[in-house]
Design a protein around this ligand. Sequence first.
Ligand SMILES: Cc1cc2nc3c(=O)[nH]c(=O)nc-3n(C[C@H](O)[C@H](O)[C@H](O)COP(=O)(O)OP(=O)(O)OC[C@H]3O[C@@H](n4cnc5c(N)ncnc54)[C@H](O)[C@@H]3O)c2cc1C
Length: 277
Amino acid sequence: MLANQHQHDILIIGSGASGLSLALQLAETATVAVLSKAALTEGATFYAQGGVSAVLDTSDTIESHVQDTLRVGANLCKPDIVRFVVEHGVESIQWLIDIGVSFTKNPHPNGHEYHLHQEGGHSHRRIIHAADSTGKEIEKTLEHRVRAHPNIELFEFHTAVDLITAAKLGKSEQRCLGAYVYDQQTHKVEVFGAKFTVLATGGAGKVYLYTSNPDICTGDGIAIALRAGCRVANMEFVQFHPTCLYHPKAKSFLISEALRGEGAKLCLPYRRTGNRP
Ligand SMILES: Cc1cc2nc3c(=O)[nH]c(=O)nc-3n(C[C@H](O)[C@H](O)[C@H](O)COP(=O)(O)OP(=O)(O)OC[C@H]3O[C@@H](n4cnc5c(N)ncnc54)[C@H](O)[C@@H]3O)c2cc1C
């Protein structure tokens, strides 16, 4: 054990949907620390709009969702991973419903209990959503749950700087022992020791000048992992949305993909084409 200020069974770096849902699952049998480098809810999860896809409609099938995903993934996806994710979609949605996420209900009495959007690349209606702020609803529900959990300790405005590996301490074993963490309030670097450390730090969208990603998306976890000797893969795969509001003086924001799914068309402006769209 390290001579540290904090010791937990599990250290989760990141408080988006991935970090918080893992924290809730593990906290049943272990003590968990969750770090976020800004306020707890500030991350890509909070800004997600359109919704989450899963095979929820009776006319839809797992096979159809798998084939749609492989097709729009230009056959670059790993089929076994695609199938695993698709097959576990319904139970993941059910888990979110069970912890209190309030998805939009279907106003039509004969349809599925929840309203399902259709989005780009999908051959069926399978996007469950909470109006047009699905991520906010999911993140706020997770926040409510983790704040109430006795086994979870939250550290907001705490930036993970580097992993503590056994090698860095001069030991021969290959193990991660925790992380060095910068406390933005005290301006001190603290030692967080843990039996297991999880990087759930989100993406690196802020490498682009214009992005719908929030400011925290600076790829810290990827750099931290690389410095600790982990393999990093698939960095060339970045999602570019075709619809985003651009204004030179304002922060760009996404215009939901659900818009096109429901029939909206992308048109060149009248000035450029000379034709009315
Ligand atoms: C505008 C927008 C719309 C989207 N719409 C959809 C959608 O409709 N459907 C869909 O499926 N997906 C959508 N996405 C993608 C989806 O939001 C993300 O894939 C998902 O939320 C990522 O979750 P996460 O937990 O991995 O990361 P995030 O939610 O980004 O959380 C990252 C966490 O890591 C923490 N962190 C980062 N670095 C450090 C550090 N050094 N130290 C401590 N903490 C750190 C942050 O503070 C934050 O808590 C959208 C994304 C955006 C930006």
